[in-house]
Ligand binder design. Structure first.
Ligand SMILES: [Zn+2]
Length: 144
């Protein structure tokens, strides 16, 4: 593992270089000065998705969901809670497959919610169905 990590800012999408040893020290974005981690998932569009998946050196867990999906809404607060448990080791993100249909199609999302874990820009695991915060954290940790 290298000494510094590239982290994409969830607010302005700037690519920050953070020493791995300082990951736990609540780093701020060098461009917009906001915290790089806010214990909250980042909402991705097709453009920001490419940056976050492609440029983050930490794994990115994406919740593919839709506004009309009851189980997705039920899982949303659990996913926020999981962000608090998994950051800063993992970035949590959400893709609204209704608004960003191209992304859902690109990744062959057949049922929602589906969680997809990316590492180094590539999918390493996926899991369909709503999960509680503890189960999300446990599942992700088991994949790392
Ligand atoms: Zn920023």
């Amino acid at each position: 593992m290298s000494d510094s990590l590239h982290l994409v800012c969830p607010h302005c999408q700037a690519i920050n270089r953070v020493p791995a040893a300082r990951l736990d020290e609540a780093p701020n974005c060098g461009k917009c000065h906001k915290p790089l981690f806010t214990a909250h998932p980042v909402e991705l569009t097709v453009l920001s998705f490419a940056i976050h998946i492609g440029r983050n050196d930490i794994p990115v867990l994406v919740d593919f969901w839709a506004p009309w999906c009851g189980p997705c809404k039920a899982m949303a607060p659990q996913f926020v809670q999981a962000a608090g448990m998994l950051e800063p080791r993992v970035r949590l993100a959400k893709v609204d497959t209704e608004a960003e249909q191209a992304l859902g199609a690109q990744y062959g999302i057949r049922s929602i919610p589906t969680l997809v874990l990316f590492k180094g820009g590539r999918e390493v695991a996926r899991q369909a169905g709503a999960m509680g915060a503890q189960d999300i954290a446990r599942w992700v940790t088991a994949q790392l």
